[in-house]
Design a protein around this ligand. Structure first.
Ligand code: ST9
Ligand code: ZN
Ligand code: ZN
Length: 350
């Protein structure tokens, strides 16, 4: 039994029987004191990337053409869907299924976001969910904001990540020829799709300068990275926990806005197989659910899995922190006192 379970309840799934917290290896539940082996190549590359990206942001307001900035915003969304609807909801969690044309589109979008191949991304993410907040979690938030945000990409992984990770089944991902192709040719594809293509488009279609095109695109890329990383850092530290108060992941609106609907992290860790990764699926803060719903309408996405309101209610009552939001009058979670104490004027006369 992995140690990321809600401790007092001891359940991973709603239907699981209670299991004793004594079964959980204690040495995995708090970070060890090992000295991190820093990978200086990554530190330098990330440093330069962020400096040039920040310069790109400056250029957007000074010398870049409006079309270049609009392109960057659109590609941010497109690449984002490759992470949220693709690597995350489709491949890491199998919360829905997709026909090959959609898988191809998502793989393209995913490569545009350059967060390493889907197979590697989904492997690390499955490990993150199963061993959340332990040394086997690649971006263990118990090591602090910086480590869970970007630090984990700047040093060697903890041996536990690799050891526990080897036990995760990835056969479904490896069997997908599109993903296998992406992994085999990752470096070439990533350079072409994430850097060359966006830069060339701006230069070809509206005569943008190389400097503007290249730097604004880098800004788009670092924005994608940081929006994704905030889910690991901010949404594991700050926010409410209406579904399970015993785990760190939390509901964070600001992260949800930046990450195309991925900030509802308490819900997501409680019900990781829900394709909406949130309860209400309001499209205003869940563009990724709208994206999947659109493809479901045309038949390219199917078998969308979601959690029933009864199941949510049971879980909220059992492990929630009491902050579960209600959508309005008559919501199943509305406190009974509301009905008694609310002032209702202009009542309909019989
Ligand atoms: C990036 C990824 O940024 C970000 C992921 C974030 C996830 C967020 C999730 C949140 C939810 C979704 C929200 C989406 C929101 C999106 C919003 C968008 C608008 N299990 O890795 P290596 C083994 S990437 C089992 O080199 P080191 C395996 O044999 C950014 N085994 O380990 C492997 O070989 P292979 C760009 C594992 O040496 C071997 O170990 N990319 C596991 O410790 C070596 O693996 C970069 O910056 C495992 N989990 O190095 C690159 N892991 O792979 C950064 C490893 O051949 N990475 N093994 O099978 C690196 O340079 C290195 O990975 C390292 C560790 C230095 C960090
Ligand atoms: Zn997830
Ligand atoms: Zn998480």
């Amino acid at each position: 039994m992995p140690p990321n379970i809600s401790m007092p309840t001891g359940v991973l799934q709603e239907q699981d029987d209670e299991v004793s917290a004594l079964n959980i290896p204690q040495d995995l539940s708090k970070p060890d004191n090992r000295k991190l082996k820093i990978v200086w190549r990554n530190v330098i590359l990330m440093g330069y990337l962020h400096m040039i990206g920040a310069f790109g942001f400056y250029l957007m307001f000074t010398s870049a053409k409006l079309a270049t900035s609009i392109q960057a915003i659109l590609l941010y969304q497109l690449g984002g869907f490759g992470i949220t609807a693709g690597a995350h909801r489709l491949w890491a969690h199998r919360s829905y299924k997709a026909k090959w044309p959609l898988r191809l589109i998502l793989t393209f979008c995913n490569t545009l976001a350059f967060e390493d191949s889907v197979i590697d991304w989904a492997r690390d993410h499955r490990v993150h969910h199963k061993f959340s907040e332990t040394d086997a979690d690649p971006h263990n938030a118990k090591r602090g904001f910086f480590f869970s945000h970007v630090g984990w990409l700047l040093c060697r992984k903890h041996p536990q990540v690799k050891e526990q990770g080897k036990k995760i089944d990835l056969s479904d991902l490896r069997a997908d020829p599109i993903l296998a192709f992406q992994k085999r040719h990752y470096k070439k594809l990533m350079l072409l799709v994430c850097f060359v293509w966006p830069t060339a488009m701006s230069m070809y279609f509206w005569n943008e300068t190389f400097l503007n095109a290249f730097c604004v695109n880098l800004f788009r890329y670092i924005l994608t990275l940081n929006a994704t990383w905030l889910v690991n850092s901010a949404a594991h530290l700050w926010g409410q926990r209406p579904y399970d108060k015993y785990i760190n992941p939390s509901e964070n609106l600001s992260v949800a806005v930046l990450a195309l609907g991925e900030g509802w992290h308490n819900y997501h860790h409680t019900f990781p197989w829900d394709y909406k990764t949130s309860e209400l699926g309001k499209y205003s803060v869940n563009f990724s659910a709208a994206f999947i719903d659109f493809f479901a309408k045309i038949g390219w996405a199917y078998d969308l899995k979601t959690v029933s309101t009864e199941m949510i209610q049971k879980r909220v009552e059992r492990t929630g922190d009491g902050t579960h939001e209600i959508w309005g009058w008559g919501d199943k979670d509305q406190p009974i006192d509301d009905y008694r104490d609310a002032i209702i004027t202009h009542r309909k006369e019989n």
